[in-house]
Design a protein around this ligand. Sequence first.
Ligand code: IDP
Ligand code: MG
Length: 152
Amino acid sequence: MEMERTFVMIKPDGVQRGLVGKILQRFEDRGMKIAGMKLIHVTVDLASTHYEEHVGKPFYEPLMKYIQSGPVVVAVIEAPDAIEQVRKMVGATDPADADVGTIRHTWAQDVTRNRIHAADSPASAEGEIGIYFKEGEILDYPLSVHDWMFRD
Ligand code: IDP
Ligand code: MG
């Protein structure tokens, strides 16, 4: 089975609400591998690179302030079709539109403070992993459950 890597960030409100374990548990429950993970404070430089595509939009300034307002957990999640699968688990940008059972529907109410970020394409996954992780911080290791999940 071909593996793919995606980038996720549990945003400051997710950390403050004590949701780090619960959110990561969902990825682990699906047998996805955590290939990298750390708790960081997003600097203005990191935030402006990450959210470059949103410069000039009405929510840009509040988004920049929000993402720097407390520690976040950044992680690299590895699985077959990880980018699309994780986006589905995260749900629509506005939690009000997110499908029942998704992370945003379960734990968020506000379109800005929507708990979690996930890369939306192979290009953004690669770019965002590069913004937040240095070489050596992403680990290559066998996850034994994958032998059982993806055999044959
Ligand atoms: P995504 O996180 O679902 O990929 P994007 O359009 O990339 O959504 O927007 C990035 C982030 O900016 C969102 O997760 C949310 O925090 C915030 N945001 C997006 N659209 C709005 C909006 O219309 N009002 C307020 N905040 C928004
Ligand atoms: Mg996005």
